[in-house]
Ligand binder design. Structure first.
Ligand code: SF4
Length: 727
């Protein structure tokens, strides 16, 4: 059976999963395997007989915070489903979220602290109590405190978002010299880029698709794992005829299969396409007159106005750069500008200049501050407004070899980070990395201490809405398992380490429990008197003002209800800066456009194929997925594996290669072996490789991985040639 299941089939299946039927056509072999595992794996919970009940909670595996309806038998969760959601209508769980209840029983799960030591024969691990581990780490922090020349102390927050990140920043502000490090790219980067182009200070924005007619997606994984995937799915189901999705993707993805139009683009040329579309919109005067009047640099600016820049991107030229026919470019621009409300979106992990260009398209068609497009919203009420916080430092801005002690908060499972990038920040000698995670470190994660924390659904967790929703929302992820005595949260470990080290200048938040933190957040929301509460049990929505006390509000949230804010009037009159609000950002954008204009993206005749790196680099991701999903990936070939090079049939013929043939892939910087797989969904001028193959052919190129979309961005295009391997 497995041989009949191609990657293309599974991509279709994955696209469909978002629509609620991922698991229905399950291959028989897989079912067979799973039934064998469920009988034999020691860590699978044994179900007792008992009543079937339902419990409402929310998923914390990524910032989407999807509402979850857990089917329980005898107090044990047996399956998870989406639940009604006040912000998006209904949550549809992604494949990772559907199996979220397996994670507490993952084979890599740890219950004890460990210390790892490098030996001649590899890494040896020694089990120790959490108290002993904390005492060792506190001693290191004490030494840093008295001898700062030994290096710095830092916390790496894998998902900087919400109340827990706030408290970590506040807590670190009492430790002299401590750093709070965040990933270079994380969720919401696309939305935050808007702040660099508008004059509305202190506002935040979300996306409202309830009336959107055209959604132009530059490589966003719309149906699974993106900030408001459930909302896209809901609109796709309920307004199928009028909700037009145009997906620009260099490879066939689950989104491109489901979209109304897939525009297959040459990788790395997306910014040229966005500017080409802008060229048509401006040239044919299809732009929104009110927005154009607000855009101060559309026609006049020094040294370049926006029109000066777009003149360099006429459709004929963009067609030759992107590989997209000229008539398709013109047609897409006209459709986007005329079939409004229209919104263009880009992946959070995409290059900054592409994100900027996509926002320009939104401004040109008047999407900002309009219902059905980009709407203003108020931030979540904060419990610690005005408290001093250690400001975040992006990983790339931390000086190399500066850290003596690094704690990693891996409670958010979705973050990807390049482990060599992280390691480079540590001092060459005596550096200590402490991983706070529910799971054993993966191969390649060279940590010194592991301290176990709670797995998803084992404890209460604050679960604020992600950056993309149209109004702020808050819910509590309540446990599905009875509370485990072993394990705590990373901020509690941080608190204990710092307290034991004498490094803290003030004993703040010293004795808080997770429930007390949640109560503080609930107080802040309750005191705002804004918004409504939605209870999934009876699908009823009531105003927050009708709740008598903050305690009642907390109790309702603990039963699975969700709070969402009132909307705000969305029209806005502030000035728009298409090139960027500050001189430096305008200059950066103009320089990157001109640099692309001059250099283009040309191959060297010796290396004629452009690499499309795709797939999740599991080694770079802190979180885990259910072993059953891993099995599905392996059986189905859904994730490109490091053994294979995927080519279009034409490309294979051109280079006299055949399917299943062993080949060597050469780049100017290295070579790797692979087996040819022919796939008509791959562009003829490209070769699709797994991200882990980049280590051999492009070891020094920085790369950014979006774990959910399986998309990988490199700072420069990588070109290769392929030769048959000598047998
Ligand atoms: S999209 Fe994120 S929050 Fe929603 S089910 Fe999937 S992992 Fe969970």
């Amino acid at each position: 059976m497995s041989s009949a299941l191609s990657r293309r089939n599974i991509l279709k299946l994955a696209g469909g999963s978002a629509l609620g039927f991922l698991l229905s056509p399950m291959p028989w072999k897989m079912l067979d395997d799973i039934s064998i595992w469920t009988q034999n794996w020691s860590w699978i919970p044994k179900l007792r007989r008992g009543p079937v009940t339902h419990k409402y909670t929310s998923c914390t595996l990524c910032p989407n915070a999807c509402r979850v309806n857990a089917r329980m038998i005898s107090e044990t969760p047996v399956s998870l489903w989406g639940a009604p959601d006040p912000c998006v209508g209904h949550s549809y769980l992604c494949s990772v979220g559907l199996a979220g209840h397996h994670l507490a029983y993952h084979p890599s799960r740890v219950r004890n602290a460990h210390r790892f030591t490098a030996t001649e024969n590899g890494i040896s691990s020694e089990q120790l109590s959490v108290e002993d581990a904390i005492a060792h780490i506190a001693k290191i922090l004490h030494n840093i405190h008295v001898r700062p020349e030994e290096g710095e102390f830092a916390l790496f927050d894998c998902r900087p978002h919400g109340m827990v990140s706030d408290i970590q920043q506040i807590f670190l502000s009492h430790v002299p010299g401590a750093r709070y490090i965040v990933p270079d790219n994380h969720e919401g980067r696309f939305m935050r880029a808007l702040m660099e182009m508008t004059e509305d200070p202190g506002q935040s924005y979300g996306l409202d698709f309830s009336r959107t007619r055209t959604l132009l997606s530059f490589g966003v994984s719309l149906f699974e794992g993106w900030g408001i995937s459930p909302l896209v799915v809901e609109q796709f189901r309920s307004r199928r005829e009028e909700f037009n999705i145009i997906q620009i993707d260099h490879h066939q993805s689950s989104s491109s299969i489901v979209a109304d139009t897939h525009i297959a683009i040459k990788p790395g040329t997306e910014m040229a396409l966005a500017l080409g579309l802008a060229h048509v919109i401006v040239g044919e005067r299809l732009y929104d007159p009110a927005s154009a009047a607000r855009a101060v640099d559309l026609k006049r600016n020094k040294p370049f106005s926006f029109m000066d820049l777009t003149r360099r991107f006429p459709p004929g030229r963009v067609a030759s750069v992107t590989g997209i026919p000229e008539d398709v470019i013109v047609r897409t621009a006209r459709e986007f500008a005329s079939n409004r409300p229209a919104t263009a979106i880009a992946d959070d992990f995409a290059p900054a200049e592409l994100i900027h260009s996509v926002w320009i398209l939104n401004h040109l068609v008047g999407a900002t501050g309009k219902n059905g497009s980009v709407v203003q919203k108020r931030p979540l009420p904060q419990p610690w407004k005005g408290a001093h916080r250690t400001p975040p430092t992006r990983l790339r801005n931390v000086p190399d070899h500066s850290l003596r002690l690094l704690m990693i908060d891996a409670s958010a499972a979705d973050t990807t980070v390049s482990w060599p990038d992280l390691r480079r920040k540590m001092r060459a000698e005596n550096a200590t990395i402490v991983l706070c995670s529910p799971y054993r470190p993966k191969r390649g994660e060279s940590v010194d201490y592991l301290i176990p924390i709670h797995a998803p659904y084992e404890t209460v967790r604050a679960n604020p809405s992600g950056e993309y929703v149209a109004t702020s929302a808050f819910q509590i992820s309540t446990p599905l398992w009875s509370k485990s005595e072993e394990g705590c949260e990373t901020w509690q470990i941080l608190q204990r380490v710092v307290s034991a080290s004498d490094a803290m200048t003030k004993e703040e938040f010293a004795q808080l429990e997770p429930e007390e933190l949640l109560r503080l957040q609930c107080d802040a929301i309750f005191n705002s008197k804004r918004g409504t509460i939605h209870h999934p049990n009876n699908d009823e929505t009531i105003p927050l003002g009708s709740v008598l006390s903050s305690g009642d509000f907390y109790a309702t949230l603990m039963e699975g209800a969700a709070w969402s804010d009132d909307g705000v009037a969305t029209s806005t009159n502030g000035r728009l800066f298409l090139m960027g609000k500050s001189t430096s950002s305008a200059q950066r954008f103009a320089e990157s456009v001109l640099a692309f204009d001059n250099a283009g993206i040309d191959s060297n005749p010796s290396f004629p194929l452009l690499v499309v790196p795709v797939g999740e680099d599991v080694a770079a991701r802190f979180g885990h997925v259910s072993p059953i999903l891993s099995k599905i990936y392996q059986e189905s070939d859904l994730k490109p594996r490091s053994r294979f090079a995927y080519l279009h049939h034409e490309t294979a013929r051109r280079f006299k290669l055949a399917a299943e043939q062993r080949v060597i892939i050469h780049s100017p910087h290295g070579a790797t072996e692979a087996i040819v797989r022919c796939d008509s969904s791959v562009r003829p001028d490209t070769v699709q490789l797994s991200v882990s193959q980049l280590d051999a052919i492009s070891p020094t190129r920085p790369r950014i991985i979006n774990s959910y979309g399986g998309r990988v961005y490199t700072d420069q295009p990588i070109f290769v040639r392929i030769e048959r391997a000598r047998s």
